[in-house]
Write a protein that binds this ligand. Structure first.
Ligand SMILES: *[C@@H]1O[C@H](CO)[C@@H](O)[C@H](O)[C@H]1NC(C)=O
Length: 297
């Protein structure tokens, strides 16, 4: 090979390198349909999970013997984590469907969606929470602007070094900003797995435990699809992500909400919010530091 062709080769390799660097930061795509088995495994009561269409769609069953749950095979440090769920229809009071990220260690970080079922025709409640270093107590509760049992809707979390955003169908319903500068711990160095489960929580879920699960309506069924994962995969003990700063969710446009997203968030605040720990003065007589940012919304 002559020297000109070898330098051409070097240039070409360099170009390929650039292409692969930029694709790391490519804009988000619609979640790709991949089968459950590619990224997830059952956590418990695997016989209460049913698979359809080669695993592209699954159903979780809850009966009086057990609920069930599943988890991602990999652990992730930052990314965009999405699931399409059709909640338990009809009389779902007492049931809870959860979709969350957790590091599951002693000082765990956790990002939670919990869907609290209700009597037929009564609205579901979506409760969210954020744990940092084992400390939670940051509940927010909203009603949804649609019936979550009729169709699939997507529920997702954007997690980068700057913010954690909870989305319902791409509408931000909650933001937890990195407030390290205010002395608030922020999840950044503990990889998390993705979990989902369906279980009976009639001791607290519906009107604080007043409404009991009606087992004559069992089994209760929640349906799932969209098992693609966009995250920086890391070993469970890793302290950082190898591609930190170069993936699409790290880029400038994902470091804060844009004007349109803030308007949607305010709309959720004004019309659908039932409870916000940040405004609960009997529980927190002095405002928690991170809530100063929450108030700015
Ligand atoms: C269930 O419906 C009742 C009555 O409309 C409502 O007060 C409550 O917030 C709803 N959700 C839950 C989970 O109890």
């Amino acid at each position: 090979m002559g020297s000109s062709s070898s330098s051409f080769l070097a240039l070409w390799l360099c170009f390929l390198g650039l292409v692969s660097m930029t694709t790391l930061a490519a804009p988000p795509r619609r979640p790709i349909n991949v089968p459950f088995q590619k990224n997830y495994v059952p956590t418990w009561a695997g016989d209460h999970i049913k698979y359809y269409n080669g695993g592209n769609e699954i159903q979780l069953y809850l009966d009086k013997y057990t609920g069930t749950g599943f988890q991602s095979k990999g652990s992730y440090l930052f990314g965009h984590f999405s699931m399409q769920i059709k909640m338990v229809p009809g009389d779902s009071a007492g049931t809870v469907t959860a979709f969350y990220l957790s590091s599951q260690n002693s000082e765990h970080d956790e990002i939670d969606f919990e869907f609290l079922g209700n009597r037929t025709g009564q609205p579901y409640i979506l409760q969210t929470n954020v744990f940092t270093g084992g400390k939670g107590d940051r509940e927010q509760r909203i009603y949804l602007w649609f019936d979550p049992t009729k169709d699939y809707h997507s529920y997702s979390v954007l997690w980068n070094l700057y913010q954690i955003v909870f989305f319902v169908d791409d509408i931000p319903i909650r933001v937890f900003k990195n407030s390290k500068d205010l002395g608030v711990r922020y999840p950044f160095n503990q990889p998390m797995k993705i979990y989902s489960s369906l279980w009976n929580a009639d001791d607290w879920a519906t009107r604080g435990g007043l409404e009991k699960t009606d087992w004559s309506k069992a089994p209760f069924v929640a349906a799932y699809r969209g098992f693609h994962i966009d995250g920086c995969e890391a070993s469970a003990e890793a302290k950082f992500c190898a591609t930190q700063g170069r993936r699409w969710w790290d880029q400038k446009e994902f470091q804060d909400l844009d004007g349109y997203q803030y308007r949607r968030l305010r709309w959720v605040r004004q019309k659908y919010t039932i409870y916000n720990y940040c405004t609960d003065r009997s529980r927190y007589p002095t405002m928690l530091p991170e809530c100063r940012r929450d108030r700015d919304v």
